[in-house]
Design a binder for this molecule. Structure first.
Ligand SMILES: [Zn+2]
Length: 183
């Protein structure tokens, strides 16, 4: 398992809901958490490891020792959003790209845990931002889609560089052939 980078087509997939929790799902969640910590991220969504189902992992403080801040969310949705706030945001599939993105300030999220139970969380600011960013991934929506015109313009070079690296990966075989970039 590894984190795929833009413009890998897996990042544009619309993920399907999970209908059962088996050992495979638990193992995948544990592997995703491990990858997320290694990459020093706060969240990771299944499409970022080229899986097409609705699962995200989060650690709201990005610290593997803080288990209380860790969460695996299955079939998550934002059921309420309030206010708006613009802040710096990045993505593990876009190394070194950070831009101001406008998001709801406060959200209410619902999700299933690995316990099979429905959970609800209301939170604000960074935590709310993480929920919105990760759930967007499950719909094939990326933070570049949420950028205003100025952020988009100043990201142009970084995005071109990522496309060049992706094409290079195809050529060298580090990205499987037949993985076509959708730009
Ligand atoms: Zn992301």
């Amino acid at each position: 398992m590894k984190i795929v980078k833009y413009p890998h087509p897996a990042l544009r997939a619309k993920c399907r809901p999970l209908t059962s929790l088996d050992e495979g799902v638990r193992t995948t969640a544990a592997q995703m958490l491990e990858l997320m910590y290694k990459a020093e991220g706060l969240g990771l969504a299944a499409p970022q490891v080229a899986l097409d189902y609705q699962m995200i992992v989060i650690n709201f403080v990005g610290d593997p020792n803080e288990k209380d801040a860790e969460l695996v969310a299955i079939n998550p949705v934002i059921v309420e959003g309030q206010g708006a706030v613009k802040d710096r945001e990045g993505c593990l599939s876009f190394p070194d790209l950070y831009q101001d993105i406008r998001r709801f300030k406060t959200v209410k999220a619902q999700y299933y845990g690995l316990d099979g139970q429905l959970h609800e969380m209301t939170c604000s600011d960074l935590a709310a931002r993480i929920w919105q960013h990760e759930i967007d991934h499950l719909n094939g929506t990326l933070f570049i889609d949420k950028m205003g015109p100025l952020a988009r313009m100043s990201s142009k070079k970084a995005l071109e560089e990522l496309v060049a690296q992706f094409e290079d990966g195809l050529k060298k075989g580090t990205i499987p052939a037949g993985t076509a970039a959708k730009l």
